[in-house]
Design a protein around this ligand. Structure first.
Ligand code: PGA
Length: 249
């Protein structure tokens, strides 16, 4: 059985004042029925890990470099994430693919390094609006999945997040059928590549405008094992009902 996962991506939001949201969330979920992960900006990682040290919320980074160390000004290594108490990292978010020109090959290289360092990798993929209209979404997702996911992946160190680019931050979400189609497809592809054991144990998250009022419907879709949540993860009062919807799913 896959344990469900509610993951929050704070993106470039939050200074130390935002740590109180983590305290609230941690206190509200001393024994959650699902896994919880918050990925704050790099500047808050150490403090966030400390804030959550006695609770059940895992802390993750939002990116790491493919090299283990070296002359890469401004970048963060997987070992540095581990060192400050992070146990996971988001890789290949569409905002990094677009804003930092990251290819699926780059994402795979980063994921290989992160997994070798003992981090759980949350690898993101998803089609643009244009791609959904002009081509077969499953072709896009299939290519991104096979190129972005490294061979070193297991049910413990890999989570895949399907995030249609047009649904991120837009208030738009795909229909339940559209989400189900992509998630079932990703499951089949993972089973083919890694075998049934690993393929069935990888958690598949949906991301893109998940809110308290649509969470229940999204979590009822087959092969949706949780969510990667942006805007609605910033406030404990928004993320909390999403966690409870997942616990009840
Ligand atoms: P959103 O972002 O929930 O604000 O749409 C999701 C994401 O980008 O991970």
């Amino acid at each position: 059985m896959r344990r469900k996962l509610a993951a929050g991506n704070w993106k470039m939001n939050g200074t130390s004042a935002a740590l109180s949201e983590l305290t609230t969330l941690s206190d509200a979920h001393p024994d959650p029925g699902v896994d919880l992960l918050i990925c704050p900006p790099a500047t808050l990682l150490a403090a966030a890990a400390q804030t959550c040290a006695s609770g059940r919320i895992r802390i993750g980074g939002q990116d790491c470099h493919e090299q283990t160390d070296g002359a890469h000004t401004g970048d963060i290594s997987a070992a540095m994430l581990r060192d400050v108490g992070a146990t996971a990292v988001i890789l290949g978010h569409s905002e990094r693919r677009a804003g930092h020109h990251e290819t699926s090959e780059d994402v795979r290289a980063k994921a290989r390094t992160a997994q070798a360092a003992g981090l759980m990798t949350v690898i993101c993929l998803g089609e643009s609006q244009l791609q959904r209209e002009a081509t077969n979404t499953l072709d896009i997702i299939g290519a991104q999945l096979s190129l972005s996911v490294p061979d070193s992946s297991t049910g413990e160190n890999l989570v895949v997040a399907y995030e249609p680019i047009w649904a991120i931050g837009s208030g738009l979400t795909p229909t339940a059928d559209q989400i189900g189609e992509v998630h079932d497809f990703m499951r089949t592809r993972l089973e083919k590549r890694f075998g049934a054991g690993v393929g069935r144990s990888v958690r598949l998250l949906y991301g893109g405008s998940v809110k308290p009022d649509n969470a229940e419907e999204i979590f009822a879709i087959s092969n949706v094992d949780g969510a990667l949540v942006g805007g609605a993860s910033l406030k404990a009062s928004d993320f909390d009902p999403i966690i409870r919807a997942l616990e009840g799913a």
